[in-house]
Design a binder for this molecule. Structure first.
Ligand code: HEM
Length: 487
């Protein structure tokens, strides 16, 4: 291979630049494709990330595979992944397959937007989810954590079993609907609410369509597709109503302009400011997107952490000791300051995200010809960027298969090259870094601290081993844990 150069246009300056590289995609290693399907049949469709991770181990930090006759390039070197994430939205866009399916179900917000539309919506969403709004929303999270604790205590005292996975999802749904729509759904204690059924139904359809081999719903609409449309319509109607009520509340309580108590209030205040012309459709689309972005991710990040803790009793004991020390007489967090004192909890969460990230791969597409890791990528190259490539590399994380929260605790801040936080991307990176991470981390700390302060975890001896399931996010097949009241 000799050094080659190609003329390309940089999207920001629109100036031609000389691209230098020593290889093209055809030169990359990768699994052997078969004539028509390429490597499609080798992909475990419900667990594509597992196949990709096995290939990373086999073929290294950059390789290619084929879906039919389309190339997909996988990159897992963290420095390369970080640079691709930073080059959005100009250099790379999100892969549109999932975004189109989301839009068909009226989940149309910042996650799927690109270019100028993304910039506008990102500004709107950041107003709705910033640290100040989460701080103002904290009292609601306190009462929802208490609700979860009481539900579990009441069940155990009555000798009834607790379905931890179901309750975690209900908790996250309640939190995110209250934040994004200003409404207490109380999915925790009710199963029958129409809005909850619609949200559950819509997200289930999204997961199924993401895994479908053929997009039949674009040609033949089955009853379940009509149900999904009806759910999407009812959710939109409900959010429109919440927006109207929130506008009135702000009018009657002008102090909310300075101190919005949830995301919807903050977005409405932003939309009424001079120079901002956010439409109601953007408010609705982003309230629904936040619910999608915030429910399964947070609930299942907690679920994976609990699964890891039940397999690692020594770490669970340390966490319980930390929760006792920080919470003192309290049974759950009621004081904002306590959130920053949970060092071992944060370390355990980082370690759990390393081993079981709910978003292990980013699907990206190049907007122009470019060079990545000395390889020429033509415009529209599909790239799978691994969020966790370094996590199973012994050079970066010795004893990489072990759950060791201690590797995230330091006496002194590590330098850049040794900082594990820079090697993994559980919340993405660059300008599109997850805007909900502060809310998510607050919820994770509150739920886990409450759990460890009040309950003991025991493995369910009859349960099947937990599997990784990819249905838009990478979720555990269950949380086979029995809770016991702590003395
Ligand atoms: C533990 C919980 C969570 C995890 C692991 C997570 C992870 C992610 C990841 C990996 C991305 C893609 C970032 C990128 O492309 O660089 C993302 C984007 C996003 N997340 Fe989260 N997230 C979580 C919680 C939340 C919550 C609670 C919300 C809403 C309050 C939320 C809203 C969003 C939105 C709107 C985007 C799109 C941002 C954009 O495209 O500019 N997420 N999240």
């Amino acid at each position: 291979m000799s050094d080659t150069s190609t003329l390309a246009i940089t999207p920001e300056t629109e100036q031609p630049v000389q691209l230098k590289y020593s290889r093209t995609i055809a030169d990359l290693p990768g699994p052997k494709p078969s004539p028509f399907f390429g490597n499609l049949l080798q992909l475990d469709r419900k667990r594509i990330h597992v196949t990709v991770e096995n290939w990373i181990r086999q073929f290294g930090p950059i390789f290619r595979f084929k879906i039919l006759n389309h190339n997909v390039v996988v990159v897992s070197d963290y420095a390369v992944v970080s640079s691709l994430l930073r080059e959005r939205p100009a250099g790379f866009r999100r892969h549109q397959a999932g975004v189109t399916i989301m839009k068909e179900l009226k989940i149309d917000g910042v996650f799927g937007a690109e270019g100028e539309a993304w910039r506008r919506q990102r500004k709107l969403v950041m107003r709705g989810m910033n640290a100040e709004v989460v701080r103002n929303f904290f009292p609601t999270m306190v009462s929802m954590t208490e609700r979860l604790m009481l539900r579990w205590k009441t069940a155990l005292e009555a000798g009834k079993p607790v379905n931890v996975h179901r309750d975690l999802k209900a908790m996250s749904l309640d939190v995110i609907v209250a934040l994004a729509m200003g409404f207490d759904l109380n999915a925790m204690d009710t199963d029958g609410n129409q809005l909850q059924r619609d949200i559950d139904g819509l997200f289930m359809r999204l997961g199924q369509r993401m895994n479908a081999i053929f997009p039949h719903w674009r040609h033949v609409r089955l009853p379940r597709d009509r149900d999904a449309d009806a759910s999407a319509g009812r959710i939109e109607f409900a959010v429109t109503d919440f927006i109207q009520k929130t506008r009135e509340r702000i009018k009657n309580n002008p102090h909310l302009r300075q101190k919005p108590g949830n995301m919807l209030e903050a977005m409405i205040v932003a939309s009424e400011e001079d120079g901002n012309d956010f439409t109601d459709q953007e408010l609705i689309g982003n309230a629904i997107t936040a619910v999608l972005g915030g429910e399964d991710t947070t609930a299942n990040s907690i679920a994976w952490l609990i699964n890891n803790l039940v397999q690692n009793p020594a770490a669970a004991a340390k966490l319980a000791a930390e929760a006792d020390a920080v919470l003192g007489e309290h049974r759950f967090i009621q004081d904002w300051e306590m959130l920053s004192e949970l060092t071992y909890l944060d370390a355990s969460h980082n370690e759990s995200q390393r081993l079981k990230s709910v978003a292990p791969v980013f699907g990206l597409v190049s907007n122009e010809d470019c060079v990545v890791a000395d390889t020429f990528f033509p415009k529209n190259t599909v790239v799978f960027a691994s969020a966790v490539g370094a996590s199973f590399d012994e050079n970066h994380f010795p004893q990489s298969s072990q759950f060791l929260p201690e590797r995230w605790i330091f006496d002194e801040k590590p330098d850049e090259g040794n900082d594990p936080n820079r090697k993994l991307f559980p919340f993405g990176g660059g300008t599109r870094l997850c805007p909900g991470r502060f809310l998510a981390l607050t919820e994770i700390r509150m739920v886990i601290a409450m759990l460890m302060r009040n309950f003991e975890l025991e493995p369910d001896p009859k349960a099947l081993p937990v599997k990784e399931v990819m249905n838009f996010f990478m979720v555990p097949s269950g949380v086979p844990v029995r809770l016991k009241l702590r003395a």
